[in-house]
Design a protein around this ligand. Structure first.
Ligand SMILES: [Zn+2]
Ligand SMILES: [Zn+2]
Length: 390
């Protein structure tokens, strides 16, 4: 502990500020964020074309997620030691020159290991570090903390329900009490943009999930980043029901030693027909919320549009209509690849014209063919914005 004098003084400062004035940390965060607004306005290299984007970077086994909104960026974790270079390459490829925030969910090396390389990257300026007070005793962790100390970053230790504004996106954090199992010390981030939401749970396991529910933290989200790389110790049924997601994302390495994602987790998703996207199969996964739509693409070429369920009720309705569709599908069984005029994506429930470019990128397993537009709509499909079938 002696090694972290500045970080300790930050903790003390935060305790003092909190004791006297409640939400001052938030004001500080907001100020930093609006300063950033000004300083990034002239960044013509930005890859932002509107909306809020989640980049789940394929760094192998571990987590590294870049959030982007209105030319502001937050990096959540940076993979294992030795994987920081992949993150730096990704930032370069996307013309990111400033991280407004670098957040370390918890002190496990598959999350913080690559962070030092990112902080040392001379092409990318990092302004604020967000981290938990949980510590590790490994040399790599100590090296990272020493570096953060030396460089005088603005270090933020958030509390539950603290918010950070990333452009028009509000990030609300859940920060548990420190416990022995560092996974359950994970900072959870729930991002909300224009009525759409995502929850990124680090390596939180079912005990932290239970705490979130018990404490009334709002977990409902269109997108769930499954905790702990899809481990069976995370994503309890209760939590999954409360989140009520439309898609699940899993960050894990090909043939990883842990068997992530565990088959129990995959089964839970299959049981509720929840589409799952994995970095070990798809490469980096990019999800964008924009104009009331969610779109997803991956480095291996998968591209989908997913109709947004605005709240639990809508999702329940769309589930009901998809159940009904399986019963009534006999009337459309005759539609084949040849005779179809429309192609729907059975996961996203979005309907395209047969010639739409999106259809060529859709995996055959997800294609559902229709001759009649009305049949497709009756079965719960939503017309795609790109080809606007009628
Ligand atoms: Zn992990
Ligand atoms: Zn962990």
């Amino acid at each position: 502990m002696k090694k972290y004098p500045k970080i300790l003084s930050f903790i003390l400062a935060i305790v003092c500020i909190t004791a006297f004035s409640g939400c001052d940390i938030l004001d500080a965060v907001t100020t930093v964020s609006s300063d950033t607004n000004t300083s990034t306005q002239n960044n013509t290299n930005s890859s932002t074309d509107g909306g809020f984007t989640i980049h789940m970077i394929d760094i192998g086994q571990g987590d590294s997620i870049l959030l982007e909104c209105n030319d502001e960026y937050m990096l959540i974790d940076a993979g294992e030691l030795g994987q920081g270079g992949i993150v730096n390459d990704y930032l370069k490829d996307h013309n990111v020159t400033q991280l407004d925030y670098a957040l370390i969910t918890h002190p496990h090396s598959d999350h913080y290991g690559g962070m030092l390389d990112v902080l040392k990257n001379e092409s990318v300026t990092t302004k604020n570090i967000v981290m938990t007070e949980a510590m590790n005793t490994t040399r790599t962790w100590e090296k990272l903390v020493d570096y953060i100390d030396q460089k005088n970053y603005n270090v933020i230790f958030p509390k539950t329900n603290d918010t950070i504004h990333l452009g028009d996106t509000t990030l609300t954090m859940y920060v548990p009490e420190i416990v022995k199992d560092l996974n359950n010390c994970s900072i959870v981030v729930r991002a909300e943009y224009d009525g759409m939401s995502a929850i990124l749970t680090g390596d939180a396991e079912s005990s932290e999930e239970k705490l979130m529910l018990d404490e009334g933290f709002n977990v409902q989200a269109n997108v769930l980043k499954a905790g702990h790389h899809g481990s069976r110790t995370s994503t309890s049924k209760k939590f999954l029901t409360a989140v009520n997601p439309q898609i699940a994302l899993i960050s894990c390495g090909k043939n990883n030693d842990y068997g992530h994602p565990h088959k129990e987790t995959v089964k839970k998703f299959n049981d509720i027909n929840l589409p799952m996207y994995r970095t070990d199969e798809l490469g980096s996964i990019v999800v964008t919320f924009n104009n009331g739509n969610m779109s997803l693409h991956t480095t291996n070429g998968t591209s989908e549009e997913i109709a947004i369920a605005q709240n639990n009720t809508t999702t329940a309705e769309s589930k009901t209509s998809s159940n009904t569709s399986s019963k009534t599908s006999t009337s459309t069984k005759k539609a084949t690849k040849k005779t179809a005029k429309y192609v729907g994506n059975k996961n996203s429930k979005v309907l395209h014209t047969k010639d739409c470019a999106t259809v060529s990128k859709m995996s055959d397993a997800n294609k559902v063919y229709f001759i009649s537009y009305e049949d497709a709509i009756a079965q719960g499909y939503t017309p795609a914005k790109d080809c606007n079938p009628q």
